[in-house]
Design a protein around this ligand. Structure first.
Ligand code: GLN
Length: 246
């Protein structure tokens, strides 16, 4: 099966080895006999209806976010339609912020988002940097990663977080939650990159993308994840050493 991935703004939002996440998706798809076809969606590129099973948008600083925001808003209706049709999304850091309603920077300038996730983000004084460990009880798994953001993300009432913070700051350094999850849409501050050390999330995204492609629930055969588990263990231990939320 061909899994069609739309990679939004790889030229602009790519500061956290986001391409590594795509490489993991491609490798794990290949190991199950599927092929990942990655199409770059840059400025002015159209988003054809039903054309993609998975969208990926990575991280960038405020400057890069400002450069893509207007174009992203233009693509907004097509992306909202794709999500409504069951396409999966992974949005990291700066991309995560722009899937919400808006991102307000330190100067008070507001970048519009596309409102795909029920949240908004406001930049704070201090950057929140370091290793993070999350408990994702909806999946019965943990996620380990690294965060580096000044934005504080506030989820709407009733919105579901991606995980509960065991160590690190998370969305806003105060709520005890990180990321946001809505159906097949996953937004998070975690990078480092994220998927090499959390292969279960990569498989979850592939299963979601295949479900969009086939209209059926898909079970992926397990892989030998010895190295990945070791990477997860090391990253999780580093986050635990950091302790609490500081
Ligand atoms: N606007 C960002 C911030 O909150 C960018 C996050 C990122 O992708 N580094 O710092």
């Amino acid at each position: 099966m061909k899994i069609r991935v739309g990679h939004l703004y790889p030229e602009y939002l790519n500061i956290y080895a986001d391409r590594g996440n795509i490489a993991v998706l491609a490798g794990r798809a290949r190991a199950r006999g599927h092929e990942l076809e990655v199409v770059s969606l840059g400025m002015g590129d159209p988003v054809p209806p039903g054309g993609f099973d998975l969208f990926y948008v990575g991280g960038g600083q405020d400057r890069e976010q400002a450069l893509v925001a207007t174009d992203l808003v233009a693509k907004g209706p097509a992306l909202v339609e794709a999500a409504g049709g069951g396409a999966a999304f992974l949005a990291v850091c700066g991309g995560y912020q722009l899937l919400g309603r808006f991102y307000r920077d330190r100067a008070g300038v507001e970048l519009p988002g596309i409102g795909l996730l029920p949240l908004h983000t406001v930049a704070g004084e201090r950057r929140m940097i370091g290793d993070v460990l999350l408990d994702c009880d909806w999946a019965g798994r943990t996620l380990a990663g690294f965060e580096n953001h000044a934005g504080r993300t506030f989820l709407d009432d009733g919105a579901e977080a991606l995980g509960r913070v065991i160590s690190g700051f998370g969305n806003d350094g105060a709520s005890g939650f990180e990321g946001c999850r809505r159906g097949r849409i996953y937004g998070t501050y975690l990078h480092g990159p994220l998927l090499p050390r959390n292969p279960w999330l990569a498989d979850r995204l592939l299963a979601d993308a295949l479900a969009h492609r086939t209209g059926e629930t898909v079970e992926l055969a397990p892989l030998d994840d010895g190295l990945e588990q070791e990477a997860h263990r090391v990253a999780a231990a580093r986050a635990r050493e950091r302790g609490g939320r500081e």
